[in-house]
Design a protein around this ligand. Structure first.
Ligand code: ATP
Length: 364
C-alpha cells in the first residue's frame, strides 16, 4: 500500500486561497495517477484575515497540527491594513521558521529554453542554480531589537557556528544530490563580504572547514556585490550558492526577476526535520479575488515539497513527479499558452492551472 503523507495547508490571505486550490488539485491528481504515494491535506487557519477576526495570527492548534504533519504548504500571509498593535506586519510564516528552526531557505533559479527572462541568453545556455539563504539569524537576528538613540541607529548581525555548520552541511549535501540527479555539477559557492567584515570571515572559515569534509565536491567563494553582477551577466555558471539571511533576501528577489517575476518563483524553508514550502511572493492584495493570480510559483513550491518528501522517504516516484511539474510549466511558458497577465498572457488562474493539468495528464 502506498504511504499517505499528511500535509498541513495554510491558504492564508489575499490571493492565497486562489492559488492553493489548483495546487492541491494537481498534487492530488499526480498522486492518484502514480499510486505510489498519497496525500491527506489538512487546512489550518492563520494569517492576517484570521487575526482581524479572532485576534490570533497563528493559533496554537494550527502550530501543533503543522508540527505533526509530514510537510507544510503555505501560500502567502499578510494584508497591508491589518497590523499588530506595534504596527508590524502579520507574518506567521516567520513564526513557523523560528518555531521549527528552518535555517535553510531554498530559492531555486531556473531559466529553461524559451523562458521569460529579461536576460539575453546565449544560444544553448540554460540556468539552473539554487540560492540557499540562511533564515534564522544574520542581520534579521536584529529584527525587533535594533536600537535608535542619541542620533544613531544600530542593528546587530549574528552568525553562529552551530547554525552555519548545519547550513553548510546542508548546502554540500544538496550539491551532491543535484550532481547525482543531473542539473548540478557538485559545486558550492559561499557568498559573503569576508573582505570587510569579521563576521563574514568567520562565516567563510566555517564554510571552508565543511568543504574539506566533501572531497567529492568542489567549492569557491564570491563577494555578494560580485555575485549580484554575475547573476545578471553569467548566471549559468552557478550551481549551489549559500549566504547570510539579508544577502539571501536581496539576491533571491534578483533571482525571481531573472526567471520572469514573482509569479514563477518558488521557495522552501528547510530544517533538520521539518520544511515549509511557499511561493516567494506575498498575498498580492491588489489582484486578490480577480482570478488573475499566477498559480505557478505555488505549484512549483508543491514540486519542491514532492522532491523533499521523495528524498526523505525514498519514494523516487515523488521526485519524478516533481520534475514533471517543472517540465510542464517550462513547456507551457515556452509555448506562451495558458499564461496569466503577469507573464503577458490573458488566462485566469483556473485556466492557467487547467492548461498545465491537461498537458500533464494527457501524456500519462
Ligand atoms: P510581501 O511583503 O508580503 O512579500 P510584497 O509587498 O512584496 O509582499 P507581493 O504581494 O509579493 O508584494 O506582490 C508584489 C507585486 O507582484 C504585486 O503587484 C502583485 O500583484 C504581484 N504578484 C505577486 N504574486 C503574484 C502572482 N502569483 N501572480 C500575479 N502577480 C503577482
Amino acid at each position: 500500500m502506498a504511504a499517505t503523507y499528511n500535509v498541513a495547508v495554510f491558504e492564508g490571505d489575499g490571493i492565497g486561497p486562489e492559488i492553493t486550490a489548483p495546487t492541491i488539485e494537481i498534487l492530488t491528481a499526480m498522486a492518484e495517477i502514480s499510486s505510489e504515494y498519497a496525500f491527506s491535506f489538512e487546512h489550518l487557519p492563520a494569517g492576517a484575515a484570521h487575526y482581524a477576526k479572532t485576534g490570533e495570527s497563528l493559533p496554537k492548534a494550527s502550530l501543533e497540527a503543522a508540527r505533526k504533519a509530514d510537510a507544510i504548504l503555505l501560500s502567502a500571509m499578510g494584508l497591508p491594513d491589518v497590523r499588530y498593535a506595534d504596527g508590524t506586519e502579520i507574518s506567521p510564516q516567520i513564526e513557523l521558521r523560528k518555531a521549527f528552526n528552518l535555517f535553510a531557505g531554498l530559492r531555486p533559479v531556473r531559466i529553461a529554453e524559451g523562458g521569460l527572462t529579461p536576460l539575453r541568453m546565449p544560444k544553448g545556455k540554460s540556468v539552473d542554480f539554487v540560492l540557499i539563504r540562511e533564515s534564522t539569524e544574520g542581520l534579521f537576528f536584529s529584527q525587533g531589537i535594533g536600537e535608535v538613540s542619541h542620533g544613531e541607529a544600530r542593528e546587530t548581525l549574528r552568525i553562529t557556528r552551530d547554525v552555519s555548520e548545519k547550513l553548510f552541511a546542508f548546502a554540500f549535501n544538496l550539491a551532491r544530490a543535484r550532481k547525482e540527479q543531473g542539473p548540478g555539477r557538485g559545486n558550492v559557492t559561499c557568498v559573503d563580504k569576508a573582505n570587510v567584515f569579521r563576521a563574514f570571515a568567520y562565516f567563510r572559515d566555517i564554510f571552508d572547514a565543511e568543504a574539506a569534509r566533501h572531497p567529492d565536491l568542489s567549492f569557491d567563494h564570491a563577494y555578494v556585490d560580485a555575485t549580484a553582477l554575475w547573476m545578471v551577466q553569467k548566471p549559468w555558471m552557478f550551481d549551489v550558492l549559500v549566504t547570510e539571511n539579508m544577502f539571501g533576501d536581496i539576491l533571491s528577489d534578483l533571482g525571481a526577476g531573472l526567471m520572469g517575476g514573482l509569479g514563477v518563483a518558488p521557495s522552501a524553508d528547510i530544517g533538520l526535520h521539518k520544511a515549509v514550502f511557499q511561493p516567494c511572493h506575498g498575498s498580492a492584495p491588489d489582484i486578490a479575488g480577480q482570478g488573475r493570480a499566477n498559480p505557478f510559483a505555488m505549484i512549483l513550491s508543491g514540486a519542491m515539497m514532492l522532491d523533499w518528501l521523495g528524498l526523505k522517504h525514498d519514494v523516487p516516484a515523488m521526485c519524478r513527479d516533481a520534475a514533471r511539474l517543472r517540465d510542464g510549466i517550462d513547456a507551457q511558458i515556452a509555448a506562451r499558452r495558458g499564461l496569466t497577465a503577469d507573464l503577458g498572457g490573458t488566462s485566469t488562474t483556473p485556466q492557467a492551472s487547467q492548461g498545465l493539468a491537461s498537458m500533464l495528464f494527457a501524456r500519462t
